[in-house]
Design a protein around this ligand. Structure first.
Ligand code: F6P
Length: 322
C-alpha cells in the first residue's frame, strides 16, 4: 500500500488524538502518504480529505476531542453516499483506511468493505468500553477517572448534608462506566442496563448502610433498566420520604478532557498496530489489546458486546457496599 487515510467517527473519546497521531506518524515512518478525513464518514462522502504530515499531529497527544472532528452520517448509510465516498478515495489512490470509533463506525466499515473491498482496520475509540476484542477501549479510562473525580466531590457535600445522591453516568447500552466507577467511589448501589433492577434489594441496602454512612451514592447508567436517575430518585422518595435526596447528571464532561496515561499508551500502541496490519494486508478487523497483547477481531464480532458484564465486578459492588 502507498496511501492511507484516517478518520474518527461516532461519539468522540479522549485519546482519539493520540490514536490519530500514532497512525499518521507510523504511516510516515513507513514512507506512506497519509490523509486525514474530516467529520468521519460525512467528510468521506463530501470529499473533506487532506494530506497530513508529522507537524499536523504535533502537540495533540494530550488533547481531548478529535482534531479530525466527528459526525454521525446519514448519507453514508445510503448506497449513493457510499459510492461517492469510494470515488473520493479512488481519486487519491487511497488503498487503506484506519477507522477510529465504536460499533456504528465498524458497522459502516463492514458494509463498505462488502461493497468495495477497501482495506479498513478499526481502532476502538469510545468512552463506553462496549466492544468485544479489547480489554479496554480508547477513552474509557479517562472517562471513568472523570467520573470518580466528580463523584468524590459529590460525596464531600453529600456527607456534610447527610444526603442521598443519585448520580447518572453515560452508557446508553452499557453499564461498564457505571460499574467500574461505582466500585472506585464506594457507591452503595450501581444500576446498569444489562441487569434488571431489584428495587427491594436496593432499598434494603440504602436502609442498612445508613448506620455506617450518612451519605449514600447510587450510580445509575443512563440506559439503565429503571429509566434514568430521576425515575430512580422518585422510587426512593416514595419509599423513604424523609431522605434528603439529590440527582446529579454528569453528562458530556465524561467525553472531554486530557487523556490519561493508559489511554495515550493504548492509542499509541493500537495506532502503530493498525498501520502495520494494513501493510500486512489485513482488513475488516479491529485492533485491540487482549491480556495486554495486541490482537485483531473481525468487526462483526467486535460489535457484539452488548450484555457482556463482568459478574465478578458486580459481586464486588455487592460485597463492599454492605
Ligand atoms: O457512545 C458514547 C456516548 O457518550 C454514550 O455513552 C452516550 O449514550 C452517547 O454517546 C451520547 O451521544 P451524544 O453525544 O450524541 O448525545
Amino acid at each position: 500500500i502507498k496511501n492511507i487515510a484516517v478518520f474518527t467517527s461516532g461519539g468522540d473519546a479522549p485519546g482519539m488524538n493520540a490514536a490519530i497521531r500514532a497512525v499518521v506518524r507510523t504511516g510516515l515512518y513507513y514512507n506512506l502518504n497519509v490523509f486525514g478525513i474530516g467529520r468521519g464518514y460525512d467528510g468521506l462522502v463530501h470529499d473533506d480529505l487532506f494530506a497530513m504530515d508529522a507537524k499536523s499531529v504535533a502537540n495533540i497527544i494530550q488533547r481531548g476531542g478529535t482534531i479530525l472532528k466527528t459526525a454521525r452520517s446519514e448519507e453514508f448509510r445510503t448506497v449513493e453516499g457510499r459510492r461517492r465516498a469510494f470515488e473520493n478515495l479512488q481519486k487519491r489512490g487511497i488503498d487503506g483506511l484506519v477507522a477510529i470509533g465504536g460499533d456504528g463506525t465498524f458497522t459502516g466499515a463492514s458494509k463498505f468493505i462488502e461493497e468495495y473491498n477497501i482495506p479498513i482496520i478499526g481502532l476502538p475509540g469510545t468512552i463506553d468500553n462496549d466492544l468485544a476484542g479489547t480489554d479496554f477501549t480508547i477513552g474509557y479510562d479517562t472517562a471513568i477517572n472523570t467520573v470518580i473525580e466528580a463523584v468524590d466531590k459529590i460525596r464531600d457535600t453529600a456527607e456534610s448534608h447527610d444526603r442521598v445522591f443519585v448520580v447518572e453516568v453515560m452508557g446508553r447500552d452499557s453499564g461498564l462506566i457505571a460499574l467500574r466507577s461505582g466500585i472506585s467511589v464506594g457507591a452503595e448501589c450501581v444500576l446498569i442496563p444489562e441487569i434488571k433492577v431489584d428495587y427491594q434489594a436496593m432499598m434494603d441496602r440504602l436502609d442498612r448502610t445508613r448506620k455506617n454512612k450518612a451519605s449514600r451514592v447510587i450510580i445509575v447508567a443512563e440506559g439503565d433498566d429503571a429509566g434514568g436517575a430521576f425515575v430512580v430518585a422518585e422510587r426512593i422518595k416514595e419509599r423513604f420520604p424523609h431522605y434528603d435526596l439529590r440527582v446529579s447528571i454528569l453528562g458530556h464532561i465524561q467525553r472531554g478532557g486530557s487523556p490519561t496515561c493508559m489511554d495515550r499508551v493504548l492509542a499509541s500502541r493500537l495506532g502503530v498496530a493498525a498501520v502495520e496490519a494494513l501493510m500486512e494486508g489485513r482488513k475488516g478487523e479491529m485492533a485491540g489489546l487482549i491480556h495486554g497483547q495486541v490482537a485483531f477481531t473481525p468487526f462483526e464480532k467486535a460489535i457484539k458486546h452488548i450484555g457482556a458484564v463482568n459478574d465478578n465486578l458486580l459481586r464486588i459492588v455487592d460485597i463492599l457496599s454492605s
